[in-house]
Design a protein around this ligand. Structure first.
Ligand SMILES: [Mg+2]
Length: 358
């Protein structure tokens, strides 16, 4: 057996970063004009650096920037002088911090480990199929006219999968979806209600979609109301996807076993990072449950690592919702992936990086 060289972690630092958006992002839960995130740098004794990120998503995970910074600061000393593998074990067994802060540390430890063993992330995730994948693009909640214009603009820019954010006004939701479907007959429509509806609203919406092709409806009712989610799933001819109802593997099992939704949305920030996302993806693969690999509004490094996962698990990841870079005002040069319309492909440099480096 070959023994891996064990490097010890020597330094963990954080910084707060901002990326301005082209236009404000609006859902039933929040409105924002920029992505704000914490970037964690984890360094080892050999000078290798792993990077992780977590955006502020108070409305979803309860963590704002201060909470993420404090959480990381409160645990970082525990990881000094450990190897990445040891740090990962402690992070997931003994650290009581929020899922976003955990995700940032998790991806920093993993990306550091990958550098230490002189692999690329492609090699580490055993990606074999490099055929481009497609992401949806979000149409923010707005007046029906503005949303229709945004949808048309997206389609003109070769975005053929639209995730349309709708709010508590279900008449507005019916109106906008019917308008988009009528005007843009070749787009795939995903509807995300972000928990804004009641069971009755959901029923009303679904009944009004009898002649319209919709890919899925995401989290129509409040996350805690699995009973209603299940009733909607059984009633609906449109697949139902659980998002806010599924943070952890335990949540995923609960939703799948009780048949409360047809699909689940996995996000690194909800589950606590790559290690945990892989557990859910493996479970979904075993149960043949289609997943969406989603994100919050995030920075380039956390989107990178989610994209590696989307490529590695393309057999279970039926939907990719990693469109944050498309919303940035300026393109990011920190991405390992190229976005062309809704198509995402790996930059050659990302797959060759390790083999060309000294
Ligand atoms: Mg959602």
């Amino acid at each position: 057996m070959t023994s891996e060289k064990q490097f010890k972690i020597t330094k963990i630092t954080t910084e707060v970063k901002h990326i301005e958006l082209k236009t404000p992002f609006k859902t039933a839960l929040r409105e924002t004009s920029h992505v704000e995130f914490v970037r964690v740098h984890v360094e080892d004794e050999n000078g290798h650096v792993g990077i992780g990120e977590a955006p502020a998503t108070k409305a979803i995970t309860g963590e704002d920037i201060e909470i993420i910074l404090e959480s990381i600061e409160s645990v970082e000393k525990q990881f000094l002088n450990l190897t990445c593998k040891e740090a990962l074990e402690i992070l997931h067994s003994a650290c009581c911090i929020g899922s976003s802060a955990k995700a940032a540390l998790d991806m920093a430890f993993i990306s550091l480990h990958v550098k230490e063993i002189n692999q690329t992330l492609c090699e580490y995730f055993e990606i074999k199929d490099f055929t481009p994948i497609k992401t949806d693009v979000t149409i923010s909640l707005n007046s029906a006219d503005v949303m229709l214009e945004d949808a048309k603009k997206a389609y003109e820019n070769a975005m053929t999968i639209l995730k349309v954010k709708v709010g508590s006004d279900v008449l507005h939701a019916v109106d906008i979806i019917r308008k988009i479907a009528k005007e843009l007959v070749h787009v795939q429509i995903l509807v995300d209600a972000n928990q804004a509806w009641s069971f009755e609203d959901s029923q009303f919406f679904i009944n009004n979609m009898f002649d319209i092709k919709i890919e899925l409806i995401e989290q129509p009712v409040i996350a805690s109301d699995l009973e209603s989610l299940k009733k909607i799933t059984h009633f609906s001819h449109i697949p139902i996807l659980a998002d806010e109802a599924v943070f952890s593997l335990e949540d995923a099992k609960k939703v799948v076993e009780s048949q409360s939704a047809d699909m689940i949305n996995i996000k690194l920030m909800k589950c606590g990072g790559v290690t945990k996302a892989i557990e859910i993806l493996e479970y979904a693969r075993e149960k043949k449950i289609t997943c969406m690999l989603g994100s919050m509004l995030e920075g380039p490094y956390s989107i990178n690592i989610a994209l590696y996962l989307a490529f590695a698990y393309r057999d279970v990841v039926g939907y990719v919702d990693l469109d944050s870079p498309l919303l940035y005002k300026e393109p990011s040069n920190e991405l390992d992936f190229k976005f062309s319309g809704c198509e995402i492909s790996l930059k050659i440099s990302a797959s060759k990086e390790a083999s060309f480096s000294a």
